[in-house]
Design a protein around this ligand. Structure first.
Ligand SMILES: Cc1cc2nc3c(=O)[nH]c(=O)nc-3n(C[C@H](O)[C@H](O)[C@H](O)COP(=O)(O)O)c2cc1C
Length: 206
């Protein structure tokens, strides 16, 4: 298949029965032929500590993770909301992939965000807080459609299959839009590396 894209999927929950993971699995199953969704594990990443990079004691888990991130064409972030923000494991993964300074593994690759919650707001807060980091990491995030997956405990049957055709339809259309977004970014423009902070404030290291 021409232009088959490798999409790294990061899931912001480590819980065995995670709704976010179930949603990610459904998205993987519904992905169009030109997308290959690969789950990237983030549970074993040591907590970010700049000393590891500065002192050359980089953990093996970081090396593998950074290499894997670099191999991907795009990223799908599927995350629950913890206390109106993103879970620490997700933030840690973003930070580990972003360093050492000047070697941001996410740089210029398109992304999409799916918030998942058993509540009614669909992890809106987490979705947007994640987007804030993506701005700085230079991951152009798809704007529309947005995905705030609410009432997540009611979406799947006991075999992990989506119950409603309307959910399946939404996921399909989300993935099709993401595919178009990926092509737009990767074919037409590598997202410019604009560090406005650096430009406006001489000597400012972002
Ligand atoms: C520490 C903590 C904080 C939470 N904060 C929120 C929150 O701000 N918004 C929300 O919708 N759900 C919140 N929840 C409930 C989660 O949405 C729920 O536990 C969900 O199942 C977690 O996602 P998962 O099923 O993918 O593990 C919180 C849960 C935990 C453990």
């Amino acid at each position: 298949m021409k232009n088959k894209r490798k999409i790294g999927v990061l899931i912001g929950s480590l819980r065995k029965e995670s709704y976010s993971r179930k949603v990610a699995e459904s998205l993987r199953a519904l992905a169009p032929e030109n997308m290959e969704l690969e789950f990237i594990a983030i549970d074993a990443l040591e907590m970010f500590n700049q000393d590891f990079d500065d002192e050359g004691t980089v953990p093996e888990s970081w090396v593998r993770f950074r290499d894997l991130v670099k191999q991907m064409d795009a990223f799908l972030f599927v995350t629950p909301e913890y206390n109106r923000s993103i879970p620490a494991v997700m933030k840690n993964a973003l930070d580990v992939g972003s360093r050492p300074y000047g070697y941001n593994a996410w740089d210029g690759k398109p992304g999409a965000v799916v918030g998942v919650s058993p509540g009614t707001i669909g992890a809106f807060g987490a979705n947007h807080i994640l987007r804030q980091s993506l701005v700085f990491l230079n991951v152009p995030a798809m704007q529309q459609p947005e995905a705030y997956v609410a009432n997540a405990a009611t979406l799947h049957d006991e075999h992990g299959e989506l119950i409603l055709e309307s959910t399946r339809e939404f996921f399909r259309s989300f993935l099709n839009s993401f595919s178009t977004w990926i092509d737009t970014i990767l074919n037409n423009c590598r997202a410019p590396r604009l560090f406005i902070c650096q430009r406006m404030v001489p000597g400012c290291a972002p």
